[in-house]
Design a protein around this ligand. Structure first.
Ligand code: F6R
Length: 616
């Protein structure tokens, strides 16, 4: 949440900063602002309410110039969406500017103290408190770096902060406290970039250094000097990020979500690449730091995640329990630590996160570490915090950057990564013989092609469905067993981008309440592939029909019975039962996409949302 970009070098800083913010706008789009410094023009600040586009228009009318600067795109936490509350914020002297991602939990207390000292506030934000605090200590220290150290020492909560002072125009100072989202630094010849996420600076370098909790970096043209907040030097080698700038661009697609839906066949190949040996019937997970002996000791897994990734955790439970015979509990990461979980010495935490920066998921990992339980992270963002702190190793999705706020390709890749993990666990624990693993691997390698078929088939049908149903005010999604989490995911996709109220339910539960909602105005999406509980699902569909609900069914190719019961059918190819969700979810993503489009909603940047939820 909130995007941060900074630059020191010899290019026009506005281009780098605004270009970077464009790549980060998915992190927040309530307002945007930049501060650029030039020795002749001084410190030039421009801020605008709303999307970045408004700032770009403003910059067209009131251009700025300079070789050093910083910028911010905001997801509002403290204070309304107003220009006064937009970042950057200035200190009392107007010579220091600050941008921040995170929440200063003790800001009221700090603000009270600063008010007593005679400081005036122009915004309702917690960020302005940081600006005044840094300015206050600057007056004593006469240098930005020690002033930042003293200010950071007083903040509570997860915070990433970047500051600039006109009296030290060759540098930016960045600091990180807790899990406030990433701070990534990229150095090239004679210029240095800083951002909250990799895509912002991918055009310039792929060699990235990630700032850790309680570290501070002095950013100059020569690179970054990193120390702990207490001043101890830190040596860190850059990580080479294998993403290219094209992967972070929208290309010919109208929306990132559309592009990412289409990228799924490739992403499903990439998550498998180099990890399976079909001949030997084995799975190799290169980054996993748990050997066979350690995997054999695991008797309980806690899958923790948020939102869509939590739905992946629900599916992972089926996969792991069935293939490796290990008990799995699935927790919302935002609840996990608050229920004082009793984990046990035979436990493993499985964190699932696209961004690797979701604050609650990171806190769940911390809770596990505190109890001596190792974590494995199924994670997409290379070098992200979750990938770094997973002592059992990251299991990378290799899905490439996901920019659309509604997660699509990361979700299907998570399902396949979880399947690989379940197979690897079963392999170590001897619950699966190589011949069985071979069968699973065969089904996995066929998945990308099948996903491509589903996309092709679902696109025209969903476009028509949207025309038919876009006025609906509610929708129900029903599924059973491993497709119940897919019902939840379908409902989440629809509500988050089209603002239609939608609920996902296990179909068997419908009779215990939600059936009262069904009438002739209600589209009911039923996920009904031919599996062990197919017949029960057909009975549930009959019950919907009897109440005049409109049935949109996702079923197996050639299922004429289902076709005779439903108003509309989208067919998916058959696969192994536990892999069905990878295919059944794709029509639901496409349905949500077209519904949102038809309703005129902003597909990539839905209201109130942001990608990478770095605040609690
Ligand atoms: C919904 C969506 C969110 C995320 C959730 C967790 O489409 O994308 O629900 O799944 O915010 O994010 P990560 O996976 O980055 O931890």
């Amino acid at each position: 949440m909130c995007g941060i970009v900074g630059y020191v070098g010899s290019r026009e800083a506005t281009e780098v900063v605004v270009g970077g913010l464009q790549r980060l706008e998915y992190r927040g789009y309530d307002s945007a602002g930049i501060a650029i410094f030039d020795p002749d023009c001084g410190l030039q600040l421009r801020r605008s309410v709303g999307k970045l586009h408004n700032l770009v228009l403003r910059l067209g009318q009131e251009p700025v110039t300079g070789r050093v600067g910083l910028g911010h795109t905001r997801w509002a936490t403290h204070g309304n969406v107003t220009e006064e509350n937009a970042h950057p914020h200035r200190d009392a002297s107007g010579r220091i500017v600050v941008i921040q991602n995170g929440i200063v939990e003790n800001y009221l207390e700090l603000k009270g103290r600063l008010l007593e000292l005679g400081y005036h506030f122009h915004s309702q934000t917690d960020t302005e408190v940081i600006a005044h605090l840094v300015g206050h200590y600057y007056r004593e220290e006469e240098a930005l770096e020690p002033a930042m150290r003293r200010a950071m020492a007083e903040l509570r909560g997860g915070n990433a902060v970047v500051a600039f002072c006109v009296d030290e125009p060759d540098r930016l100072i960045a600091a990180r406290l807790g899990n406030a989202g990433g701070v990534v630094i990229g150095a090239a010849a004679g210029e240095t970039f800083i951002a909250s996420d990799v895509p912002a600076i991918l055009d310039y370098t792929r060699e990235m250094i990630f700032l850790e909790d309680r570290e501070l970096a002095v950013i100059t043209r020569q690179g970054a000097a990193i120390t702990t907040l207490n001043g101890a030097p830190v040596t860190r080698r850059p990580v080479s990020v294998p993403w290219d700038p094209v992967s972070a661009a929208r290309g010919d697609y109208k929306h990132f979500m559309q592009k990412e839906i289409h990228e799924q066949p490739r992403a499903l190949m990439d998550v498998l690449r180099g990890r399976i040996d079909q001949e030997a019937g084995q799975v190799h997970l290169e980054d996993l730091r748990l050997d066979d002996a350690a995997l054999r000791q695991v008797e309980r897994i806690y899958a923790t995640a948020c939102g869509t990734a939590w739905h992946a955790g629900l599916v992972a439970k089926f996969m792991i329990e069935s293939l490796a015979r290990v008990r799995v509990e699935v927790d919302y990461a935002s609840e996990f630590r608050y229920r004082s979980p009793v984990l046990g010495s035979d436990a493993l935490l499985l964190a699932i996160t696209q961004s690797g920066e979701t604050v609650d998921t990171l806190a769940a990992m911390e809770e596990a570490r505190a109890q001596g339980v190792p974590s494995v992270a199924i994670v997409n963002a290379i070098g992200s915090q979750a990938a770094r702190v997973a002592d059992g190793g990251p299991l990378y999705l290799h899905a490439g950057p996901e920019i659309g706020v509604a997660s699509t390709k990361a979700f299907t890749s998570m399902l396949v990564a979880a399947y690989l993990f379940a197979l690897r666990l079963g392999q170590a624990r001897g619950t699966l013989r190589p011949a069985q693993i071979r069968e699973h691997l065969q089904a996995l390698v066929e998945l990308p092609g099948k996903a491509a078929t589903v996309i092709e088939r679902a696109l025209p049908i969903c476009e028509d469905l949207a025309e038919h149903y876009y006025r609906a005010s509610d929708a129900l999604f029903l599924g059973r067993q491993v497709n119940y989490p897919i019902a939840l995911e379908g409902a989440l996709k629809l509500k988050e981008i089209s603002y239609i109220h939608a609920e996902g339910y296990p179909a068997g539960e419908m009779k215990h309440g939600p059936i009262a909602l069904i009438d002739e105005a209600m589209p009911v999406v039923c996920i009904a592939p031919r599996d062990a509980i197919y017949e029960k699902m057909i009975s549930n569909i009959e019950q919907v029909r009897a109440r005049h609900g409109h049935v949109i069914a996702i079923g197996t190719e050639g299922d004429t019975l289902l076709a005779s019961k439903a108003d509309h059918v989208i067919e998916v190819p058959p696969t192994l039962p536990l892999l069905q969700p990878v295919l059944t979810v794709i029509p639901l993503q496409i349905f949500a996409y077209y519904m949102a489009l038809r309703r005129g909603c902003d597909v990539d940047q839905p209201r109130n949302l942001a990608k990478s939820v770095t605040v609690e």
